[in-house]
Design a protein around this ligand. Structure first.
Ligand code: DO4
Ligand code: MG
Length: 275
C-alpha cells in the first residue's frame, strides 16, 4: 500500500487502484501509530477513485522534521575518511562507524524538501556536490515505523570535508532534500535483499550508476529511532534517512541539468533534476 500526497489531496494506492482519503492531511495520517492497519481497513470499505496522474505528486511531508543518520555503511565511512584527511578527520569517522551511539543530524523541513520531479539544488559556494540515496523511515509520534520512502540527502562534500563543524552547512540549505515519490505503508520490515539503486544521467548518458543492498546497513533502524527519540519528541511524526552506501568516485561532482534517479523497488523511483 502506498500513500501519495497530491494537489488533489492524499491518495492510497493498492494493486493499481487509488483511493482518496477525503479531508485527511498527511499530518493527521502520520500521527497515527496504527497507520498500516487503519489504511487497510479504510480501502476495504471505500470505492477506488480515478487514476493518479504522476505529475501531480507532491513531496510526502507537511509538519514533519527530516533527520538523517550518517556513516552507517562501510562505503560511507571510507569516503568521509578520505575527504576529511587534511582536516584530521579520518579518526572520528572511523570511530563513529563502530561506536554504540550513531551519528544523527537534523536534515530538513518541508520548505527545503522537494518531491519527485522537483529540482534539487547544489550550494553556490560548494565545489563538490553529490546526491546521497537513502532508505528513509517514516516514524509515528510514538516511534513506530509506519512506512518507508526514498530520500536524497544532497551533500556538499568539500564543505563537509573541510571541517566536521561545517556539517549543517554541507547538509541543510534550500533544495537540499528530496523525498518521495510516495510512502510505502507497511508494518513489516523491508527484506535485507532490498536494493537501493542510484543512476545519474548527464546529457542523456549515464554518468554514474551504483547500488547497495540493505543488508550492508550497519545499524538497526529501530535502534536509530530509539537514539533519535531520546529526550526528543515529534508530535507530527518524522522522517529518518538511514545513510548512504553509494558514493560516486571522488572525481565526480553534480552539475546543473543532471538527472538523479533513486530506485528502491517496493517504494518506487525518486527522480529529480539538479537546478
Ligand atoms: O558525517 C557525515 C554525513 C554522513 C552521511 O550523510 C551519510 O553517511 O549518509
Ligand atoms: Mg547521508
Amino acid at each position: 500500500m502506498r500513500l501519495f500526497r497530491t494537489v488533489e489531496g492524499i491518495f492510497v494506492e493498492e494493486d493499481g487502484q487509488h483511493y482518496h482519503t477525503g479531508g485527511n492531511s498527511l499530518d493527521t495520517l502520520l500521527s497515527r501509530d496504527d497507520l498500516p492497519e487503519y489504511l487497510a481497513e479504510f480501502i476495504a470499505g471505500t470505492k477506488p477513485t480515478t487514476n493518479l496522474a504522476y505529475g501531480e505528486v507532491l513531496a510526502p511531508i507537511e509538519n514533519q522534521e527530516v533527520w538523517a543518520a550518517g556513516v552507517t555503511y562501510f562505503r560511507s565511512r571510507g569516503a568521509r575518511m578520505e575527504e576529511a584527511k587534511d582536516a584530521g578527520g579520518g579518526d572520528f569517522y572511523d570511530r563513529v562507524y563502530s561506536a554504540e551511539r550513531p551519528e544523527l543530524f537534523f536534515k530538513s523541513t518541508a520548505s527545503r524538501t522537494v518531491g519527485a520531479g522537483g529540482k534539487v539544488q547544489i550550494r553556490r559556494d560548494a565545489r563538490w556536490s553529490v546526491p546521497e540515496p537513502e532508505l528513509t523511515l517514516v516514524v509515528s509520534p510514538s516511534g513506530r515505523i509506519v512506512g518507508y520512502t526514498i530520500g536524497n540527502d544532497m551533500s556538499s562534500r568539500d564543505i563537509e570535508g573541510e571541517n566536521p563543524l561545517y556539517l549543517p552547512q554541507a547538509k541543510v540549505y534550500n533544495g537540499s532534500c528530496a523525498l518521495g515519490p510516495g510512502i510505502l505503508v507497511t508494518a513489516s520490515p523491508l527484506a535485507q535483499s532490498t536494493e537501493i539503486k542510484l543512476e545519474i544521467e548527464r546529457r542523456e548518458k549515464v554518468e554514474f550508476a551504483g547500488s547497495v543492498a540493505l543488508s550492508e546497513l550497519k545499524r538497526d533502524p529501530e535502534t536509530l529511532i530509539e537514539y533519535l527519540r531520546r529526550d526528543n519528541s515529534f508530535p507530527a511524526g518524522c522522517f529518518l534517512m538511514t545513510g548512504t552506501g553509494i558514493v560516486p568516485p571522488s572525481s565526480f561532482t553534480l552539475a546543473s541539468g543532471d538527472l538523479i534517479r533513486i530506485t528502491i523497488e517496493p517504494i518506487g523511483t525518486l527522480e529529480n533534476e539538479v537546478a
